[in-house]
Write a protein that binds this ligand. Sequence first.
Ligand SMILES: [Zn+2]
Length: 458
Amino acid sequence: MAKRVVLIVIDGLTPSVFERAVENGDAPSLSFLAEHGRYARALSSFPSLTPVCASSIATGADPDVHHIPHLVWFDRDERRLVEYGSSFGAMVAAGTRRAIVDTIFNLSGRHLSFEAVTVFEALDDAGLVTAAVNFTCYRGRTEHRPTVPGLTRTTLGPRRFFFYNLFESDVTGAPLSVRRRSAGSVDEYAAAVGRWLITRDGFDFFLFYLSDYDYASHTHGPDAAAGKLADADRAIGSLMDAAGGQDDFLERYAVVVCSDHGQTPVHHDVALEAAYADLSLFRRSGWERPDVAVCASNRAGQVYRLPLCVESVRELAERLDGRPAIDVALFLEDGGAVARRDGEELGFRRVDGGWKLAGDAAVLDHPDGLARAWAALHNPNAGDVLVSAAGGYEFADLSGRSHAGGGSHGSLSAGDSEVPMLVVGLDTVPAGISDVTPAVLAHFGVEQPASSPPACVA
Ligand SMILES: [Zn+2]
């Protein structure tokens, strides 16, 4: 019988902070795991934003398969903006109630493609007990009723499912105060749930998600957030204590530690909308024959060309030439993809498992840039033009807010895209976040669902 698996996702943790902390002893629990496991830097999805990346982790597939395109996107069928919480202001701008429903219920329940099978669904189907705490992409086979009085809408999640006190499949006594977020209260809740599960050995697969690190890194910048990793490490240490100590923990569990995306410092914020100011922009308040819907937040943007627009997709992309905030604009053309930077272009298409290139390859000189851009462009919910921000820049969200002076992520750049990947007790070190679920399924001897790519051996 394969060992049970704990998958620990520390949101926004960069490889360099992880490596330094493990090296100098600032994160003793992670150091212990690193001593007993194998480590490599791995790659995130594009856009390197949590809803996209969490979906890549949960489904073992890229955005072209799981269909979650960004933190904010335009739903062409419903003709409306979907906002998963770029900021509180952005949620208000998109309609608070709607944004909350989109984030809590619709991401997993409606927007996530039913063609993509989640790790929870695949393992549930194999008769294994799945568990998750606070993870946004949670679709499973068990129907859960909210614990909050007045909320009646149910959702499908893992067998043991804990989501910010809104869904709790078991009474654990774990406290949660979202108002003390900056003090780390969300991760304290996650750790309390984790200890409860481990004390009971109550799962075969447990996705333990820590979100406070990303929050701190946005505020203070990726390098100033290193101290926050000590909190995440303590939370992991408390799980080990619940198992009877570090050695007992590894005796019982195989472990994967990774993050969903990186972060880089941001100094300037710009409104991506400014490039389209002379066009009619989609606004939530009215349907006034808009030309485009511009969706941007953090370090990635999307431009949706709407039916009445007289400009072509290419012309919409060309408008971004010469703007310092733009690293590269991407769009599909004639069955291939185009990456454009200040008038320089790279055309690329998949041919026989490889790539056919035309133009200046340096335009898309990012880690696994071709494949990640291709998957993003072939997501049916993505915009017609995808935008990756230049270093140091961030796009203001729907409410004009940004993290200038702090940290952000979302682009194709290495800093936003590289994640730490530590594995103890699995056969392979996943090369990307979408390779984690295939590695976990292989560990349990569960066949890959048809939607998932084959497991990647690194
Ligand atoms: Zn973030």
